[in-house]
Design a protein around this ligand. Structure first.
Ligand SMILES: Cc1ncc(COP(=O)(O)O)c(C=O)c1O
Ligand SMILES: N[C@@H](CCCC[NH3+])C(=O)O
Length: 384
């Protein structure tokens, strides 16, 4: 919570930094756990959203699995204490070294994204006398209606196996004695706020799971990925997602055979709201056309606005709330014109030294930070 005491604590700290509200994280995780348990659903946390160790530890302790997209994420999951039997590994470009990492750790499943990858995993498993469990990631050609940079389930996207290649996939699986097909996997995109889109995914998943049954494969799992979006505009009104409604959609529309498990890979919905980027105003520049607040944080700390024109709510934590308001372009110190964090943001009259917060920054924030311009990599602070 960004209450008076917390802000007073920030005053004494060097900026910028990410501030994690661990109580809110706990509340979010508990709410997701209760809602998923209600239907016997399994949640794997998408590591790519945030791999801060305290965040990961909380997620591991609640009992979720890990959805990884690199060998290092697999390694990290095991180090943090995630059960290898709950680790899945996706990604269009798994290197041999990364596949071996997964095999040696006996992870639960490789989410395979091409026919060629099936052959490579089979060979690497055979050399080690192992059988790899695999799920085929299928490109369902379902439009997620989100920003086109974070859409993944359309035919023009690089992700997954296209439906017209499934026959070849099945032939490859039949001749691969070191692979065991355990399921099918989908992920149509991120920041999806219209739940009807997940209904369309269910319809497609039902059709494709039926197709595999007809071709003689009994699927143990249906993995429907992640993508559940958060409210960037009203973080205080919606600090915790409505997980109940989300899971209910799948319970209602996804056809499950007896004993078939349903897996989810949530990232953003679990960690976005608990993270905030705290920064200070370095300079106030008043121009003829624009007023700029130049912060000590920029695209190197939070890349989402520069990369996807993403919105993050910006608040001045130091200014008098009743002061007259001014419209500012909030920018960073980096030598790039795309280095902005908010445009035409209405804020109370602001001055050098004021603390500023960028809300809903817990997902795809700190993990995408860089050292461009030889900047320090942004650090973390915690509520407790
Ligand atoms: C395969 C896969 N699973 C899960 C996720 C997590 O997505 P989100 O953070 O939107 O829940 C992603 C990221 O978009 C992904 O690519
Ligand atoms: N990084 C993106 C989400 C990509 C999800 C990974 N497929 C974002 O900030 O919204």
């Amino acid at each position: 919570m960004l209450d008076h005491n917390t802000v007073a604590r920030f005053e004494a700290l060097d900026t910028p930094f990410y501030y994690y509200d661990l109580e809110l994280l706990q509340k979010t995780l508990a709410s997701c756990k209760v809602a998923s348990d209600k239907y016997g659903f399994h949640v794997h946390y998408a590591f790519k959203a945030n791999f801060n160790e305290r965040v990961l530890k909380a997620i591991q302790q609640i009992g979720f699995g890990a959805d990884c997209v690199s060998g290092n994420e697999v390694k990290k999951a095991i180090e943090i204490g995630f059960d290898p039997g709950k680790v899945v590994f996706a990604g269009v470009g798994k290197s041999d070294r990364e596949i071996i990492e997964g095999l040696e750790n006996d992870i639960y499943c490789f989410n395979v994204e091409s026919v060629q990858e099936l052959g490579i995993i089979n060979d690497l498993a055979a050399k080690r006398g192992k059988t790899a469990r695999v799920a085929i990631r299928i490109n369902p050609n379902v439009d997620a209606h989100t920003h086109h940079y974070i859409t993944t389930g359309l035919e023009e996207n690089k992700f997954g196996v296209n439906q017209w290649e499934l026959k070849t996939c099945v032939e490859e699986l039949r001749k691969s004695s070191n692979l065991q097909l355990i399921g099918i996997h989908f992920h149509i995109g991120s920041q999806i706020t219209n739940l009807d889109i997940f209904k369309s995914l269910c319809v497609k998943a039902n059709e494709l799971s039926q197709w595999f049954e007809e071709h003689g494969f009994q699927l143990q799992i249906l993995n429907v990925g992640g993508g559940f979006g958060v409210d960037y505009y009203n973080p205080d009104e919606s600090p915790v997602n409505d997980f109940e409604s989300y899971f209910e959609i799948f319970n209602k529309f996804l056809e499950r055979k007896p004993n078939q498990e349903v897996h989810f890979e949530l990232g953003r919905a679990l960690v976005a709201q608990c993270g905030n980027l705290i920064s200070r105003i370095l300079y106030v520049k008043n121009g003829l056309k624009k007023n700029f607040l130049i912060l000590d944080a920029g695209m190197t700390e939070l890349m989402r606005p520069a990369l996807y024109q993403a919105y993050h709510k910006i608040q001045n934590l130091s200014a008098d709330k009743n002061a007259e308001t001014v419209k500012y372009d909030v920018v960073g110190p980096i030598c790039e014109s795309t280095d902005w964090l908010g445009k035409e943001v209405e804020l109370p009259l602001s001055k050098r030294g004021d603390l500023v917060v960028l809300r809903t920054a817990g997902a795809y924030g700190q993990v995408m930070a860089s050292g461009y311009n030889l900047r320090d990599i942004v650090r973390s602070e915690y509520s407790s």
